[in-house]
Write a protein that binds this ligand. Structure first.
Ligand code: PEP
Ligand code: MN
Length: 345
Protein backbone atom coordinates (compact mmCIF):
# COMPACT_ATOMS: atom_id res chain seq x y z
CA UNK A 1 0.00 0.00 0.00
CA UNK A 2 1.25 3.49 -0.83
CA UNK A 3 -0.11 6.28 1.33
CA UNK A 4 0.16 9.77 -0.09
CA UNK A 5 0.03 12.48 2.55
CA UNK A 6 -1.22 16.01 1.88
CA UNK A 7 1.47 18.52 1.06
CA UNK A 8 0.49 20.50 4.12
CA UNK A 9 0.96 17.56 6.53
CA UNK A 10 3.10 18.77 9.41
CA UNK A 11 5.93 17.01 11.25
CA UNK A 12 3.67 16.14 14.16
CA UNK A 13 1.11 14.40 11.97
CA UNK A 14 3.85 12.52 10.13
CA UNK A 15 5.32 11.18 13.36
CA UNK A 16 1.80 10.23 14.56
CA UNK A 17 1.10 8.01 11.58
CA UNK A 18 4.62 6.56 11.73
CA UNK A 19 4.12 5.78 15.43
CA UNK A 20 0.79 4.10 14.62
CA UNK A 21 2.40 1.91 11.94
CA UNK A 22 5.37 1.00 14.14
CA UNK A 23 3.30 0.08 17.19
CA UNK A 24 1.02 -2.09 15.03
CA UNK A 25 4.01 -3.96 13.62
CA UNK A 26 4.03 -2.60 10.07
CA UNK A 27 7.42 -2.11 8.39
CA UNK A 28 7.40 0.94 6.14
CA UNK A 29 9.58 3.26 4.08
CA UNK A 30 8.94 7.00 4.26
CA UNK A 31 9.79 9.17 1.26
CA UNK A 32 10.28 12.56 2.81
CA UNK A 33 10.67 14.39 -0.51
CA UNK A 34 7.24 13.12 -1.69
CA UNK A 35 5.48 12.61 1.63
CA UNK A 36 4.67 9.05 0.64
CA UNK A 37 4.58 6.12 3.03
CA UNK A 38 5.18 2.70 1.50
CA UNK A 39 3.69 -0.05 3.67
CA UNK A 40 3.70 -3.42 1.82
CA UNK A 41 2.05 -5.50 4.57
CA UNK A 42 -0.83 -3.15 5.36
CA UNK A 43 -3.96 -4.35 3.55
CA UNK A 44 -6.86 -2.76 5.45
CA UNK A 45 -7.38 0.84 4.42
CA UNK A 46 -10.03 1.42 7.11
CA UNK A 47 -7.28 1.33 9.75
CA UNK A 48 -6.18 4.68 8.36
CA UNK A 49 -9.56 6.45 8.62
CA UNK A 50 -8.43 8.31 11.71
CA UNK A 51 -5.78 10.23 9.71
CA UNK A 52 -7.46 13.09 7.86
CA UNK A 53 -4.24 14.35 6.31
CA UNK A 54 -4.06 11.40 3.88
CA UNK A 55 -4.57 12.54 0.30
CA UNK A 56 -4.73 9.19 -1.49
CA UNK A 57 -4.16 5.50 -0.85
CA UNK A 58 -2.93 3.25 -3.64
CA UNK A 59 -3.49 -0.41 -2.89
CA UNK A 60 -0.67 -2.61 -4.16
CA UNK A 61 -1.09 -6.31 -3.48
CA UNK A 62 2.47 -7.43 -4.31
CA UNK A 63 5.64 -7.31 -2.15
CA UNK A 64 7.21 -4.90 -4.67
CA UNK A 65 5.38 -1.61 -4.56
CA UNK A 66 6.89 1.29 -6.52
CA UNK A 67 7.81 -0.88 -9.51
CA UNK A 68 4.33 -2.41 -9.70
CA UNK A 69 1.78 -1.83 -12.43
CA UNK A 70 -0.81 -1.13 -9.72
CA UNK A 71 1.17 1.94 -8.69
CA UNK A 72 1.83 3.30 -12.18
CA UNK A 73 0.93 2.30 -15.72
CA UNK A 74 3.97 3.22 -17.74
CA UNK A 75 7.38 4.81 -17.28
CA UNK A 76 8.73 6.92 -20.13
CA UNK A 77 11.78 9.12 -19.87
CA UNK A 78 14.24 10.70 -22.20
CA UNK A 79 18.03 10.37 -22.38
CA UNK A 80 19.50 13.33 -24.27
CA UNK A 81 16.42 13.57 -26.48
CA UNK A 82 15.86 9.84 -27.04
CA UNK A 83 12.74 8.44 -25.44
CA UNK A 84 12.90 5.21 -23.46
CA UNK A 85 9.78 3.20 -22.61
CA UNK A 86 7.72 4.93 -25.31
CA UNK A 87 6.74 3.67 -28.74
CA UNK A 88 10.26 3.29 -30.09
CA UNK A 89 12.41 0.22 -29.67
CA UNK A 90 15.80 1.41 -28.37
CA UNK A 91 19.06 -0.18 -29.46
CA UNK A 92 22.27 -0.16 -27.40
CA UNK A 93 25.38 -1.67 -28.98
CA UNK A 94 29.11 -1.78 -28.40
CA UNK A 95 31.92 -3.98 -27.15
CA UNK A 96 31.82 -5.91 -23.91
CA UNK A 97 34.89 -3.97 -22.73
CA UNK A 98 36.48 -0.71 -23.75
CA UNK A 99 39.92 -2.00 -24.76
CA UNK A 100 41.75 0.90 -26.41
CA UNK A 101 40.94 4.48 -27.38
CA UNK A 102 41.09 3.48 -31.02
CA UNK A 103 38.76 0.50 -30.60
CA UNK A 104 35.95 2.49 -28.98
CA UNK A 105 36.25 5.33 -31.53
CA UNK A 106 36.02 2.85 -34.42
CA UNK A 107 32.90 1.33 -32.84
CA UNK A 108 31.35 4.75 -32.17
CA UNK A 109 31.88 5.91 -35.78
CA UNK A 110 30.33 2.69 -37.07
CA UNK A 111 27.30 3.04 -34.77
CA UNK A 112 26.72 6.60 -35.87
CA UNK A 113 26.65 5.43 -39.49
CA UNK A 114 24.04 2.83 -38.51
CA UNK A 115 21.98 5.57 -36.81
CA UNK A 116 22.29 3.79 -33.47
CA UNK A 117 21.85 6.21 -30.55
CA UNK A 118 23.43 4.36 -27.60
CA UNK A 119 26.93 2.93 -27.19
CA UNK A 120 27.85 0.43 -24.50
CA UNK A 121 31.28 -0.59 -23.20
CA UNK A 122 32.54 -1.69 -19.81
CA UNK A 123 35.40 0.07 -18.06
CA UNK A 124 34.93 -1.88 -14.81
CA UNK A 125 34.37 -5.50 -15.74
CA UNK A 126 32.99 -8.21 -13.45
CA UNK A 127 35.10 -11.21 -14.52
CA UNK A 128 34.71 -14.70 -13.17
CA UNK A 129 38.50 -15.06 -12.95
CA UNK A 130 40.62 -12.37 -11.30
CA UNK A 131 43.36 -13.19 -13.85
CA UNK A 132 41.26 -12.03 -16.81
CA UNK A 133 41.13 -8.49 -18.24
CA UNK A 134 39.13 -6.40 -15.79
CA UNK A 135 38.75 -3.23 -17.84
CA UNK A 136 40.62 0.04 -18.27
CA UNK A 137 38.89 1.73 -15.32
CA UNK A 138 38.74 5.53 -15.40
CA UNK A 139 40.82 5.72 -18.58
CA UNK A 140 38.15 3.63 -20.32
CA UNK A 141 35.40 5.95 -19.08
CA UNK A 142 37.21 8.92 -20.59
CA UNK A 143 37.63 7.11 -23.94
CA UNK A 144 33.98 6.09 -24.26
CA UNK A 145 32.67 9.52 -23.28
CA UNK A 146 34.88 11.24 -25.86
CA UNK A 147 33.94 8.73 -28.58
CA UNK A 148 30.23 9.16 -27.76
CA UNK A 149 30.37 12.95 -27.77
CA UNK A 150 32.14 12.98 -31.12
CA UNK A 151 29.48 10.74 -32.67
CA UNK A 152 26.31 11.99 -31.02
CA UNK A 153 25.84 8.82 -28.95
CA UNK A 154 24.68 8.24 -25.40
CA UNK A 155 26.81 6.08 -23.09
CA UNK A 156 25.79 2.97 -21.14
CA UNK A 157 28.47 1.60 -18.83
CA UNK A 158 28.57 -0.61 -15.77
CA UNK A 159 29.12 0.49 -12.18
CA UNK A 160 30.42 -2.33 -9.99
CA UNK A 161 31.33 -0.56 -6.82
CA UNK A 162 30.25 2.57 -4.96
CA UNK A 163 33.86 3.77 -4.82
CA UNK A 164 33.59 4.47 -8.58
CA UNK A 165 30.17 6.10 -8.50
CA UNK A 166 31.34 9.68 -9.07
CA UNK A 167 33.59 8.83 -12.02
CA UNK A 168 31.00 6.58 -13.67
CA UNK A 169 28.23 9.13 -13.00
CA UNK A 170 30.25 11.84 -14.76
CA UNK A 171 31.00 9.76 -17.86
CA UNK A 172 27.75 7.95 -18.63
CA UNK A 173 24.13 8.64 -19.54
CA UNK A 174 22.79 5.34 -18.19
CA UNK A 175 24.41 3.38 -15.35
CA UNK A 176 24.34 -0.37 -15.92
CA UNK A 177 24.04 -2.61 -12.89
CA UNK A 178 25.18 -6.07 -13.84
CA UNK A 179 23.62 -9.43 -13.06
CA UNK A 180 26.14 -10.05 -10.29
CA UNK A 181 25.15 -6.86 -8.51
CA UNK A 182 21.37 -7.09 -8.83
CA UNK A 183 21.24 -8.06 -5.17
CA UNK A 184 23.81 -5.56 -3.95
CA UNK A 185 21.18 -3.67 -2.00
CA UNK A 186 23.42 -0.97 -0.53
CA UNK A 187 24.64 -0.14 -4.04
CA UNK A 188 21.05 0.00 -5.33
CA UNK A 189 19.93 2.21 -2.46
CA UNK A 190 22.75 4.69 -3.21
CA UNK A 191 21.73 4.80 -6.88
CA UNK A 192 18.23 5.66 -5.75
CA UNK A 193 19.60 8.99 -4.52
CA UNK A 194 21.03 9.89 -7.95
CA UNK A 195 19.19 11.28 -10.95
CA UNK A 196 20.94 9.07 -13.52
CA UNK A 197 18.88 6.42 -15.36
CA UNK A 198 19.75 2.90 -14.22
CA UNK A 199 19.67 -0.27 -16.31
CA UNK A 200 19.16 -3.10 -13.83
CA UNK A 201 20.12 -6.46 -15.27
CA UNK A 202 18.41 -9.57 -14.00
CA UNK A 203 20.42 -11.62 -11.51
CA UNK A 204 21.54 -15.02 -12.78
CA UNK A 205 18.86 -16.83 -10.83
CA UNK A 206 16.51 -14.01 -9.91
CA UNK A 207 12.77 -14.56 -9.84
CA UNK A 208 10.50 -11.81 -11.16
CA UNK A 209 9.58 -10.69 -7.64
CA UNK A 210 13.22 -10.54 -6.51
CA UNK A 211 14.12 -8.51 -9.59
CA UNK A 212 11.29 -6.03 -8.97
CA UNK A 213 12.15 -5.73 -5.29
CA UNK A 214 15.69 -4.85 -6.40
CA UNK A 215 14.19 -2.16 -8.64
CA UNK A 216 12.19 -0.89 -5.63
CA UNK A 217 15.48 -0.32 -3.78
CA UNK A 218 16.35 2.25 -6.45
CA UNK A 219 12.85 3.68 -6.85
CA UNK A 220 12.19 4.29 -3.17
CA UNK A 221 15.25 6.55 -2.98
CA UNK A 222 13.58 8.82 -5.54
CA UNK A 223 15.24 7.77 -8.81
CA UNK A 224 12.33 6.87 -11.08
CA UNK A 225 14.25 6.13 -14.26
CA UNK A 226 14.92 2.42 -14.09
CA UNK A 227 15.14 -0.03 -16.99
CA UNK A 228 14.96 -3.80 -16.44
CA UNK A 229 17.18 -5.93 -18.68
CA UNK A 230 16.82 -9.69 -19.20
CA UNK A 231 20.24 -11.23 -19.88
CA UNK A 232 19.69 -14.95 -19.43
CA UNK A 233 19.48 -17.11 -16.35
CA UNK A 234 21.36 -20.16 -15.10
CA UNK A 235 19.81 -23.53 -15.68
CA UNK A 236 20.89 -27.16 -15.82
CA UNK A 237 22.12 -27.29 -19.41
CA UNK A 238 25.41 -25.47 -19.71
CA UNK A 239 25.81 -26.13 -23.42
CA UNK A 240 24.49 -22.62 -23.90
CA UNK A 241 25.95 -19.87 -21.73
CA UNK A 242 22.55 -19.03 -20.25
CA UNK A 243 18.88 -19.64 -20.84
CA UNK A 244 17.58 -16.51 -22.55
CA UNK A 245 14.20 -16.09 -20.91
CA UNK A 246 12.03 -14.34 -23.47
CA UNK A 247 8.85 -15.26 -21.62
CA UNK A 248 9.91 -12.95 -18.83
CA UNK A 249 9.64 -9.88 -21.11
CA UNK A 250 5.81 -9.80 -21.41
CA UNK A 251 5.62 -11.06 -17.82
CA UNK A 252 7.62 -8.11 -16.47
CA UNK A 253 5.63 -5.71 -18.63
CA UNK A 254 2.43 -7.07 -17.11
CA UNK A 255 3.74 -6.78 -13.54
CA UNK A 256 5.60 -3.50 -13.83
CA UNK A 257 5.50 -0.06 -15.47
CA UNK A 258 9.27 -0.07 -16.06
CA UNK A 259 10.74 -0.43 -19.57
CA UNK A 260 12.03 -3.97 -20.21
CA UNK A 261 15.12 -4.50 -22.38
CA UNK A 262 16.72 -7.73 -23.58
CA UNK A 263 20.38 -8.63 -24.00
CA UNK A 264 20.60 -11.60 -26.40
CA UNK A 265 24.43 -11.51 -26.35
CA UNK A 266 24.77 -12.63 -22.74
CA UNK A 267 21.47 -14.48 -23.11
CA UNK A 268 22.84 -17.03 -25.56
CA UNK A 269 26.60 -16.42 -25.47
CA UNK A 270 27.23 -17.34 -29.12
CA UNK A 271 27.46 -14.78 -31.92
CA UNK A 272 25.81 -17.17 -34.40
CA UNK A 273 22.58 -17.16 -32.35
CA UNK A 274 22.44 -13.48 -31.38
CA UNK A 275 20.85 -12.29 -34.61
CA UNK A 276 17.89 -14.69 -34.38
CA UNK A 277 17.35 -14.23 -30.66
CA UNK A 278 17.60 -10.44 -30.96
CA UNK A 279 14.77 -10.58 -33.50
CA UNK A 280 12.82 -12.91 -31.22
CA UNK A 281 13.26 -10.39 -28.40
CA UNK A 282 11.76 -7.68 -30.60
CA UNK A 283 8.70 -9.86 -31.21
CA UNK A 284 8.44 -10.64 -27.50
CA UNK A 285 7.75 -6.93 -27.05
CA UNK A 286 11.02 -5.76 -25.50
CA UNK A 287 11.31 -1.99 -25.19
CA UNK A 288 14.97 -2.13 -26.12
CA UNK A 289 17.91 -4.37 -26.97
CA UNK A 290 21.53 -4.45 -25.88
CA UNK A 291 23.90 -6.18 -28.29
CA UNK A 292 27.67 -6.72 -28.06
CA UNK A 293 29.69 -5.94 -31.19
CA UNK A 294 33.45 -5.81 -31.79
CA UNK A 295 35.65 -4.74 -34.72
CA UNK A 296 37.51 -8.04 -34.41
CA UNK A 297 35.71 -10.49 -32.08
CA UNK A 298 38.54 -13.04 -32.23
CA UNK A 299 40.85 -10.54 -30.57
CA UNK A 300 38.32 -9.30 -27.98
CA UNK A 301 39.58 -9.17 -24.40
CA UNK A 302 36.18 -10.27 -23.06
CA UNK A 303 33.10 -12.02 -24.48
CA UNK A 304 34.54 -12.34 -28.00
CA UNK A 305 32.51 -15.51 -28.63
CA UNK A 306 29.24 -13.66 -28.44
CA UNK A 307 30.27 -10.41 -30.15
CA UNK A 308 28.85 -9.65 -33.59
CA UNK A 309 31.19 -8.34 -36.29
CA UNK A 310 30.20 -5.04 -37.90
CA UNK A 311 28.85 -6.97 -40.91
CA UNK A 312 26.77 -9.28 -38.74
CA UNK A 313 25.37 -6.29 -36.85
CA UNK A 314 24.45 -4.55 -40.11
CA UNK A 315 22.65 -7.72 -41.11
CA UNK A 316 20.77 -7.65 -37.82
CA UNK A 317 19.64 -4.08 -38.49
CA UNK A 318 18.55 -5.03 -42.02
CA UNK A 319 16.61 -8.02 -40.70
CA UNK A 320 14.94 -5.98 -38.02
CA UNK A 321 13.34 -3.51 -40.47
CA UNK A 322 10.69 -5.74 -42.09
CA UNK A 323 10.07 -7.34 -38.72
CA UNK A 324 9.48 -3.98 -37.04
CA UNK A 325 7.12 -2.99 -39.84
CA UNK A 326 5.26 -6.27 -39.57
CA UNK A 327 4.56 -5.76 -35.88
CA UNK A 328 3.89 -2.06 -36.44
CA UNK A 329 6.66 -0.88 -34.14
CA UNK A 330 8.93 2.11 -34.53
CA UNK A 331 12.57 2.22 -33.48
CA UNK A 332 15.19 4.80 -32.54
CA UNK A 333 17.70 3.49 -35.13
CA UNK A 334 15.65 2.99 -38.30
CA UNK A 335 12.84 4.88 -39.89
CA UNK A 336 10.22 2.16 -39.91
CA UNK A 337 7.54 4.66 -40.93
CA UNK A 338 9.05 4.77 -44.42
CA UNK A 339 8.84 0.99 -44.70
CA UNK A 340 5.24 1.10 -43.54
CA UNK A 341 4.34 3.80 -46.07
CA UNK A 342 5.94 1.75 -48.77
CA UNK A 343 4.02 -1.34 -47.73
CA UNK A 344 0.76 0.57 -47.58
CA UNK A 345 1.43 2.08 -50.98
C1 PEP B 1 28.01 -7.00 -19.64
O1 PEP B 1 27.02 -6.37 -20.04
O2 PEP B 1 29.11 -7.00 -20.23
C2 PEP B 1 27.86 -7.88 -18.46
C3 PEP B 1 28.89 -8.24 -17.73
O3 PEP B 1 26.57 -8.24 -18.25
P1 PEP B 1 25.90 -9.19 -17.13
O4 PEP B 1 25.98 -8.43 -15.87
O5 PEP B 1 24.53 -9.39 -17.66
O6 PEP B 1 26.72 -10.47 -17.10
MN1 MN C 1 29.95 -8.87 -21.85
Amino acid sequence: MIIKLNNSTNANQISNIQFFLKTNGYEFFYQDFKKHLIVPTLKQTELLNQFDFIEEIIEVSTPYQLSSKQYKNNTVFSVKGIEIGGNDLNLIAGPCSIETEDQIHVVAEFLKKQQVKFIRGGAFKPRTSPYNFRGLGNKGLKFIKEAAEKNDLRVVTELMDLSNLEEVYNHTDIIQIGARNMSNFSLLAELGKTNKPIMLKRGMSAKATEWLLAADYILCGGNENVILCERGIRSFDMQSRNVFDLGVIPLMQSLSHLPVFADPSHGVGKAAFVNKMGLAAIVSGANGLMIEIHPNPEKALSDGEQALTFNEFELFIQNSKPLLSAINKSADFVNTKKTLEYQNF
